[in-house]
Design a protein around this ligand. Structure first.
Ligand code: NAD
Length: 497
């Protein structure tokens, strides 16, 4: 784990400051950064505002050129950036690579989009009139991101915002500032290859909640895209609305897989295992609940716990080949997991795993055996997201009951059904209240081509693919009269003078 060497490969000068940055791998300090002040944030937003005046005038396909070059810079630096992601947030290197690949993929998507920001032409009710719907650049976008996807979430926002004509001011999680600096340095390389751009086009601000709040309150940012926990969204949403800004909220999940009697367990179990323990249970799309037909309740619980038992020697340093489960981000995450397990023990018939491991080797880091709770029914404790590997296995009797259990939680991000019955699959898709509803693949992870996000307390925002670019632009309806007579009024209104 040579941080200096990794930063060097990314052309990032080691940052200076007084706020320590720690790796969850062993809890050691890997550097220090300086937090922004109100004044430095103000200057960065002012620079973004100035950049907007220039960038909005650049034709969208030319804006796409910069994003294409950035995608290529990322390709050239995929390995060291993936390394830094693993060091800073603790996900296994393979998933770090996947995260950087997601950045590259969204750049490709955005480049194509830069020639497809289509509006509409609308039939006018009046002669010699044309009506159009145009999409125009919105303005500087504030991005707040979570620790668990320290680079991809920014890239989803930035790639789309940039082709839409918007500068980006990014506040990464205070737990992962180094990867943000690396992204910024790589973006700067892309700008140089592109032939230059306003220095305010992309900027990074460091800090915790207070810096986030200053950003959220700034009326020069017409859109704030915030990814993180439900309490964060509950604070951010009303603040942005109070100044009539727009927010795009990507918040916590409580994702379930429904396993029906017709499920092919050879297909279902690997997805359930990855969803439950992959990324050490620290994905917004991690599988938190397995809602299983009562005839399979014992079988699914024992297959899952046996599989996790077989992974115990694959828990460890996420940079080491063969590791499948890395550490939790910090002690706070570990304590929250232990509190949830203690509460769950009152309701569950059996709880597997959950204990800390490797404490001798890494006294300042938090590695755990993923936990699985066998529940007689879904209880109140299950309704909260525990951002750690804790999966509840809950029985159901009928598909209607399964969906009632499924939809009873306040979050609505990702969902899945394991079935070979087309009727059940279609019933599930129609009745799942989540933004994502999969059939025979798990809840965890998503391709960048589809709109990503969820309903209810997950916040309702959509990022990444499909038409989510519309969130980064403003819609304008335009009517043009090209006749020579007095123009007619709409609805046939006469106003004779
Ligand atoms: P968090 O809510 O603690 O922090 C997220 C970001 O918000 C950080 O940058 C933090 O500094 C900032 N922040 C916190 N309070 C704020 C406030 N009042 N005003 C402005 N900014 C504020 O989340 P985390 O622990 O970093 O990440 C885990 C959570 O994020 C989980 O709940 C997970 O489900 C969620 N998440 C959701 C998605 C999604 O796309 N839906 C993706 C990744 C993570």
């Amino acid at each position: 784990m040579d941080v200096r060497e990794t930063l060097n490969l990314l052309n990032v000068a080691p940052p200076v400051g007084d706020m320590p940055v720690r790796t969850p791998i062993d809890g050691s300090e890997i550097g220090r950064v300086a937090y922004d002040t109100k004044d430095s944030l103000d200057k960065k937003i002012a620079a973004a505002t100035a950049a907007f005046r220039e960038w909005r005038e650049v034709p969208a396909p030319k804006r796409g050129d910069l994003v294409r070059i950035f995608g290529n810079v990322l390709r050239d630096h995929k390995e060291p950036l993936a390394h830094l992601v693993s060091i800073e947030c603790g996900k296994i290197l393979e998933e770090g690579r996947g995260e950087v690949q997601e950045m590259i993929d969204v750049c490709d998507f955005a480049v194509g989009l830069s020639r497809q920001l289509y509006g509409l032409t609308i039939q006018s009710e009046r002669p010699d009139h044309t009506m159009q719907e145009n999409w125009l650049p919105l303005g500087p976008v504030g991005v707040i991101s979570a620790f668990n996807f320290p680079v991809a979430v920014w890239a989803w926002n930035a790639a789309l915002a940039l082709v839409c004509g918007d500068p980006v001011v990014w506040k990464p999680s205070e737990k992962t500032p180094m990867t943000a600096l690396a992204c910024h340095a790589l973006f700067h390389q892309a700008v140089l290859r592109y032939g230059g751009a306003h220095p305010g086009l992309c900027s990074v601000v460091h800090g915790a909640r207070d810096v986030g709040e200053w950003l959220v309150d700034d009326p020069r940012l017409p859109l704030v895209s915030a990814t993180g926990s439900v309490p964060m969204g509950r604070a951010v949403g009303p603040r942005v609305a109070a100044r009539f800004g727009r927010s795009l909220l990507e918040l916590g999940g409580n994702n379930a897989v429904v396993v029906t009697p017709s499920a092919d367990l050879g297909v279902a179990m690997p997805s359930i295992l990855f969803g439950s323990v992959g990324t050490a249970g620290q994905r917004c799309t991690s599988t938190r609940r397995v809602i299983v037909h009562e005839s399979l309740h014992d079988q699914v619980f024992s297959t899952l716990t046996k599989a996790i038992n077989g992974l115990k020697d694959r828990i460890g340093d996420p940079l080491e080949e063969g590791t499948l489960i890395g550490p939790l981000i910090d002690k706070q995450a570990f304590d929250a997991m232990q509190a949830s397990i203690a509460a769950t023990k009152k309701d569950a018939t059996e709880v597997f795993g959950g204990e800390r491991v490797l404490a001798d080797k890494y006294p300042d880091a938090y590695y755990v055996v993923p936990a699985v709770a066998k529940m007689p029914k879904q209880t109140e404790n299950v309704h909260a997201e525990t951002f750690a590997p804790l999966t509840y296995v809950i029985p159901y009797a009928t598909i209607e009951e399964a969906m009632q259990i499924h939809n009873a939680v306040p979050q609505g991000l990702s969902s899945a059904i394991m079935t070979t019955d087309v009727r059940e699959a279609e019933y599930f898709k129609r009745h799942s209240d989540c933004g994502i509803a999969n059939v025979n693949i798990g809840t965890s992870g998503a391709e960048i081509g589809g709109a990503f996000g969820g309903e209810k307390e997950t916040g309702g925002g959509r990022e990444s693919g499909s038409d989510s670019w519309k969130a980064y632009m403003r819609r304008q309806t335009s009517t043009t009269y090209f006749g020579t007579e007095r123009p007619a009024l709409a609805q046939g209104i006469k106003f004779e003078v």
